[in-house]
Design a protein. Structure first.
Length: 110
């Protein structure tokens, strides 16, 4: 029920907006600190990406290195980075998705 004859309680709306802003900032901080990993070639190439999508590390098993076939290595690196980015996107959806729904899916910029 809306008190005051149908007028929204502005103080309550402001408090809700402030809480959502704080929750969003906390979720963004968690993403900035979280890391996810992607792999390719059965683990021969591993990419580590922050939850924000920033590439943090790349590990290549020496077995994946063939000087006569650098194209395969490049493909494995791309696949591992894409896998890690996919995991980061999923993490972003887990952390930020509920907040966007709480805003009514208003498409507000974060």
């Amino acid at each position: 029920m809306i008190p005051g004859g149908g007028q929204p309680d502005m103080q309550q709306l402001l408090q809700q907006a402030q809480k959502m802003q704080q929750d969003l900032a906390a979720a963004q901080q968690e993403l900035a600190e979280a890391t996810v990993e992607g792999t390719a070639g059965g683990g021969l190439v591993r990419a580590t990406v922050r939850g924000s999508g920033e590439l943090q590390g790349l590990v290549i098993d020496p077995k994946a290195v063939d000087p006569d076939d650098t194209e395969t290595l490049a493909d494995l690196v791309l696949a591992a980075v894409r896998d890690a980015n996919s995991a980061a996107t999923e993490l972003q959806q887990q952390k930020l998705g509920p907040l966007a729904q709480g805003m009514g899916g208003a498409g507000l910029p974060f």
